[in-house]
Design a protein around this ligand. Structure first.
Ligand code: 13P
Length: 253
């Protein structure tokens, strides 16, 4: 079965309003013709609405939020609910990003709550996971990934599995310029599918998109995307440069 090809832009806490709009427009112009790849842009919260408006009439483009609240609504000053995110035109939300886990101490309980909120609002979830350097050096990377998958996947009802996309982001490769080799990525992505087969079923294991993230750029994207179990990328730094991001989108061709 052909899985969707996806390249997603995680802008993190970068851009001001005008820059965000220009960047989204440039990405749109430069990647519009690459119809076989779905492009998802994750701008900072304040710019989601405008980016979503820009992309709404385009096929193959979607908008997402980088985070969401674990609460539904009410007296949670500063939080942004999944319903709010959905109401401004976003279709996706990132959950489990290593920066949220490390800097904001988001643990499995919080992540599961967020996933439930997102799915209830019909948002699709890009669930991120990956090991830190010491864990890889100690040969624990598969065990760590398995645990991160198990904690969340086991809590998602089977009929909602098609609202989930996975993103393997080894923490040692994020923003470091160091990328997983195609062999390392392929091995882990194949392992992720093995975990999905155990945790859910083989149908889910073969159909769920699994993206790679971590210093993915115009130079290494082609080799990474050529791996049979890698369905695209979640791009940080390189997604702020439209030309480079477009080259990554085109790496599938
Ligand atoms: P970089 O592409 O900057 O390494 O970031 C990857 C990432 O964290 C995407 O979510």
């Amino acid at each position: 079965m052909e899985r969707k090809k996806i390249v997603a832009a995680n802008w993190k806490m970068n851009t001001l309003h005008a820059e965000a709009i220009t960047l989204a427009k440039d990405i749109l112009t430069m990647t519009r013709l690459v119809k076989e790849v779905e492009k998802i842009i994750f701008p900072p919260f304040p710019f989601i609405n405008d980016v979503a408006l820009l992309l709404q009439s385009e096929t193959g483009f979607s908008t997402g939020a980088q985070n969401c609240s674990a609460y539904e609504k009410g007296a949670y000053t500063g939080e942004v609910s999944c319903a709010m995110i959905h109401s401004v035109g976003a279709e996706y939300v990132l959950i489990g990003h290593s920066e949220r886990r490390a800097y904001f101490k988001e643990d499995a309980e919080v992540l599961v709550a967020k996933v439930h909120r997102a799915l209830a609002q019909h948002l699709k979830v890009v669930y991120c996971f990956g090991e830190v350097l010491n864990e890889r050096k100690a040969g624990q990377h598969q065990a760590v990934v398995k645990k991160q998958l198990q904690e969340v996947i086991s809590q998602v009802p089977k009929e909602k599995m098609n609202q989930l996309i996975l993103a393997y982001e080894p923490v040692w490769a994020i923003g470091t310029g160091e990328t997983a080799s195609p062999a390392q990525a392929q091995n882990m992505h194949a392992f992720v599918r093995q975990c999905l087969a155990e945790l859910v079923d083989t149908e889910t294991a073969t159909s769920m998109p699994v993206l790679y993230g971590g210093s993915c750029n115009a130079q290494n994207a082609k080799e990474l995307f050529a791996c049979p179990d890698v369905d695209g990328g979640l791009i940080g730094g390189a997604s702020l440069k439209p030309q480079e991001f477009a080259s990554i989108v085109k790496a599938f061709q």
